[in-house]
Design a protein around this ligand. Structure first.
Ligand code: HEM
Length: 401
């Protein structure tokens, strides 16, 4: 093979390929990628989210080979997977527990970003892409939960799709369009299956954009001070690849513990009862990772108001880079923000707890206060802190910190 055509530093077969499709240049660039030298294990959660997504896709594809998306067969086909398909129980539990682990990892990833101000300039679009991924994950998980066609599948789908009926004028038509009929039924199950299969690949596409945006300015770090010289960074490989592998080990341990010892801990027992449109369960609750949003939905006495508040709680994340006007990124150097951050995190956990309780009495009152605090954090506290908080002195550089 002759020398390559000049637009690549590679020669031979690699040069021939690289001058036409620069895969080797790309790999070389990735191999030389440098990251701040002080990244903690908190920065492993992005890679962990990637692994979790991969686990969901691999197990999901094999599950789909045995699953039947029809209201008369869906429940039984899942039972068959559990009993008759070789290692079907393992596949299904890995997929179900894996979904919970995926959300747990991504929640930590988001809160890490919040704590260290990773959403601030110049990483606003990286943050935006993250929120879009999160919304897509929620849609995917919601549709996936409908597929086993148990009681919670059916009633969860009924409650959530019905939310759209609150839209004035066109609400009812939108709901029927979503259902493909006049109730949650076979057409609904079919389209949810189709979209549940599709969405993870859409998510992969957005994750690629997320990583491209990340590589433009590189990772933020615990000091929030941007690297200035090579003294502030180290090669990503092998230092952080090894560190990420330690994280993978932990993820696999937790995943395995749930799969082998307590696979149904994070699910709802009612989903082992076949869907019955004639019997409404006493408490309809979504999966744990939706509970904070569910609490906000039910905290508002008006249906449309609840829907608006719930969607706003997500959309407000897009405004975060501008609501938080502090020039200092990391909470380590923001004495008041640090405390308010932990209050906010505790408030989200409280909302999660309240979302799992019946929507009555003191639970609803508490949910109203918690919802108020959720929005006050973004709309009042962060802008005020940006103006009045006195940050601690920042280190001159990462290696001097
Ligand atoms: C499938 C889901 C996701 C995957 C695979 C993913 C992947 C990654 C990876 C590999 C990194 C670099 C390593 C790290 O900083 O942890 C990263 C950084 C980041 N991600 Fe994600 N991410 C996901 C979801 C999200 C979500 C939902 C958000 C926010 C709403 C988000 C916001 C960010 C931010 C702000 C950074 C930069 C952090 C920093 O440099 O301090 N990501 N992501």
């Amino acid at each position: 093979m002759s020398k390559s055509s000049g637009n690549t530093e590679f020669t031979g077969i690699a040069g021939w390929i690289d001058s036409r499709l620069p895969v080797f240049t790309f790999l070389k660039h990735s191999g030389e990628y440098r990251a701040p030298k002080n990244l903690s294990y908190m920065w492993s959660f992005g890679s962990l989210a990637g692994i979790a997504l991969l686990i969901q896709i691999v197990t999901g594809i094999v599950l789909a080979m045995h699953y039947t998306p029809h209201v008369d067969y869906a429940f039984d086909s899942v039972e068959r997977i559990m009993r008759d398909v070789p290692y079907g129980w393992f596949l299904r539990y890995t997929h179900a527990v894996g979904a919970s682990m995926f959300f747990a990892v991504v929640y930590i990833h988001i809160f890490r970003g919040l704590y260290y101000g990773s959403y601030k300039k110049p990483r606003e679009l990286l943050w935006f892409l993250g929120i879009i991924i999160f919304i897509c994950m929620m849609a995917t998980a919601f549709m996936g939960y409908v597929l086993p066609w148990g009681q919670m599948s059916f009633w969860g789908a009924t409650v959530i799709t019905n939310l759209f009926s609150a839209i004035p004028g066109i609400g009812e038509s939108i709901v029927q369009w979503l259902w493909g009929g006049f109730s949650v039924d076979n057409p609904t199950l079919n389209r949810f299956f189709s979209l549940h299969y599709l969405m993870p690949f859409v998510i992969i596409g957005i994750v690629v954009l997320h990583l491209v945006a990340l590589h433009v300015h590189g990772s933020n770090n615990p000091t929030g001070v941007e690297p200035k010289t090579d003294k502030d960074t180290i090669p990503f490989h092998p230092y952080y690849t090894i560190k990420d592998f330690v994280g993978f080990g932990f993820l696999f341990l937790v995943l395995a513990w749930f799969i082998f010892f307590d696979p149904n801990r994070l699910g709802h027992p009612d989903n082992y009862i076949p869907a019955n449109p004639m019997v409404t369960p006493p408490h309809i609750v979504p999966e744990w990772y939706f509970l904070p949003f569910y609490a906000m939905l039910r905290a508002i006495p008006d249906k449309l108001g609840g829907v608006v508040v719930m969607f706003s709680s997500l959309l407000i994340l897009f405004a975060l880079p501008w609501l938080d006007s502090s020039k200092v990124k990391s909470a380590n150097y923001r004495p008041i923000f640090k405390w308010v951050f932990w209050l906010f995190a505790a408030n989200c956990i409280l909302l999660g707890y309240l979302g799992g309780m019946p929507a009555e009495g003191s639970y609803v009152i508490a949910a109203r206060f918690a919802t108020l605090f959720y929005f006050a954090f973004f709309l009042v506290i962060l802008p005020l802190l940006g103006k009045y908080e006195r940050p601690c002195p920042l280190p001159k550089s990462i290696h001097e910190a």
